[in-house]
Design a protein around this ligand. Structure first.
Ligand SMILES: [Zn+2]
Ligand SMILES: [Zn+2]
Length: 443
């Protein structure tokens, strides 16, 4: 064929190829520019003065009346009343106080945005106009901001509901702090048809205007324990439970670090040791307890088993009895939070389009635990940190501190990011959409 072509024909082919390439490049560029324009338009809407004032006012109302896990009655009421004003439908109660709102077609695919609602048993020491009015309780982990941002996303999405090619579930869940609210939301079947979920957490480690995350393991699995030692008085030795407990504490450190893969991060922390005696008398009761963290369910099970074995064996060696309580009936252990690669990449692209590439950071793995890990066991999940560090707002203090402060400029950014990830989710072909979730169950 080539031999029969004259020069003119070859030139025409080349011109055609160049034109086709230009059309392709231009259409790709314009579609990605459109996506970025959409992202920016959503952020601009959220930053409009009246929208921002509404966000700030909602957050402050929640902040003034913090409630502990499964007691978020007033917070839940506030959420429902805001959803009623917006005209957004919801299911309530979910897992005691939770609310799950629905926006969109009602059909597949289904994507969820998650906010936690609970506060901490901490007395707020920040002196400001909207200080906690509930003695000994404080939103010191930013869940007041999380709830506000998802309410903001509800408003942004409701205004753009004609653009939704699927269904968005807005999950206002109770009891993230230690009580596993996410586990109970899933157990009630509230998210049966959801394929992907996004969660945000405010972070004083990153400046306002930035977000951060990573694919794969993001947050640790966690468990708690209390070991109790009692002397066996019939024993020929002089059993000393303090010695038994001390040996067990040392050996636990050795067991965790010498018996497991050194490239796998993990930690076991003993946070307290106590006995029922002071002075020179031998106590008849010694307790110690703490927490353990790692990034895989297998390692979590291994550490749990070794805590029990080391405690019981060291107690026996020292003529004592040793028992272990993992408190799992009250404080459910959390699985690791694993970010789905496809969903992480999708949210990252949305963040880059909205905030600029330089403002989407790569996060290290973090030893904090979150009940968001339960969602990541069931569906494609992605958890992002959202920066609140701002010298002017004096918001550099870590969470769980009585001096914790939020830079409220984060509210429109979080609302817009939530909404944009959900809106654009339906236009992507993520492999995670194909994940079969029917075999999953929460026990
Ligand atoms: Zn917290
Ligand atoms: Zn938190």
């Amino acid at each position: 064929m080539q031999l029969t072509l004259d020069g003119t024909y070859v030139d025409r082919m080349m011109i055609l190829r160049v034109v086709l390439t230009m059309v392709l490049v231009c259409s790709t560029r314009s579609s990605s520019e459109n996506v970025n324009l959409d992202m920016k338009e959503i952020l601009e809407s959220a930053k409009e003065i009246r929208f921002m004032e509404w966000l700030r006012e909602v957050r402050r109302r929640i902040h003034e009346y913090p409630e502990l896990g499964f007691e978020e009655v007033k917070t839940s009421q506030l959420i429902r009343s805001e959803l009623d004003s917006l005209g957004v439908q919801y299911t309530w109660p979910v897992a005691t106080t939770g609310v799950v709102a629905t926006i969109g077609s009602g059909d597949h695919p289904c994507f969820a945005l998650r906010a936690d609602m609970d506060a901490l048993p901490i007395q707020e020491l920040v002196e400001w106009e909207h200080k906690s009015k509930n003695e000994g309780k404080m939103h010191a982990c930013g869940h007041d901001a999380h709830t506000t941002m998802v309410l903001g996303a509800a408003r942004l999405l409701h205004e753009r509901r004609h653009k939704l090619k699927g269904t968005v579930k807005l999950v206002f869940q109770p009891a993230e702090e230690g009580k596993g609210g996410a586990y109970h939301v899933l157990r009630e079947g509230a998210l049966e048809k959801v394929q992907g979920i996004l969660g945000l957490h405010v972070s004083p480690d990153f400046p306002t205007g930035t977000i951060a995350s990573r694919p794969g393991p993001m947050l640790a699995a966690s468990g708690r324990f209390i070991a109790t030692f009692r002397p066996n008085y019939g024993h020929l030795l002089f059993p000393h439970p303090v010695l038994a407990a001390s040996m067990a504490i040392s050996l636990l450190q050795q067991a965790i670090h010498r018996e497991t893969d050194p490239s796998q991060p993990k930690v076991l922390t003993v946070g307290f040791v106590e006995s029922n005696q002071v002075g020179s008398l031998t106590p008849d009761l010694v307790k110690f307890g703490g927490t353990f963290r790692c990034f895989s369910s297998e390692l979590q099970s291994y550490i749990r088993r070794r805590i029990k074995e080391v405690t019981e064996i060291q107690a026996a060696v020292h003529g004592c009895s040793g028992t272990i309580d993992f408190m799992e009936d009250r404080l459910i252990p959390y699985p690791p939070t694993m970010n789905d690669k496809g969903l992480y990449e999708h949210a990252k692209r949305v963040g880059e389009g909205m905030l600029g590439k330089e403002n989407v950071k790569f996060s290290p793995m973090i030893m904090a635990a979150e009940d968001f890990g339960f969602y990541s066991q069931k569906m494609a999940a992605s958890f992002f940190l959202i920066g609140i560090q701002n010298e002017t707002a004096k918001s550099g203090t870590q969470t769980h501190s009585p001096y914790f402060v939020i830079d409220e400029e984060v509210l429109p950014i979080g609302a817009a990011f939530h909404a944009a990830v959900a809106l654009s989710y339906f236009h992507t072909q993520l492999p995670s959409l194909l994940i079969n979730t029917t075999n999953f169950h929460v026990s």
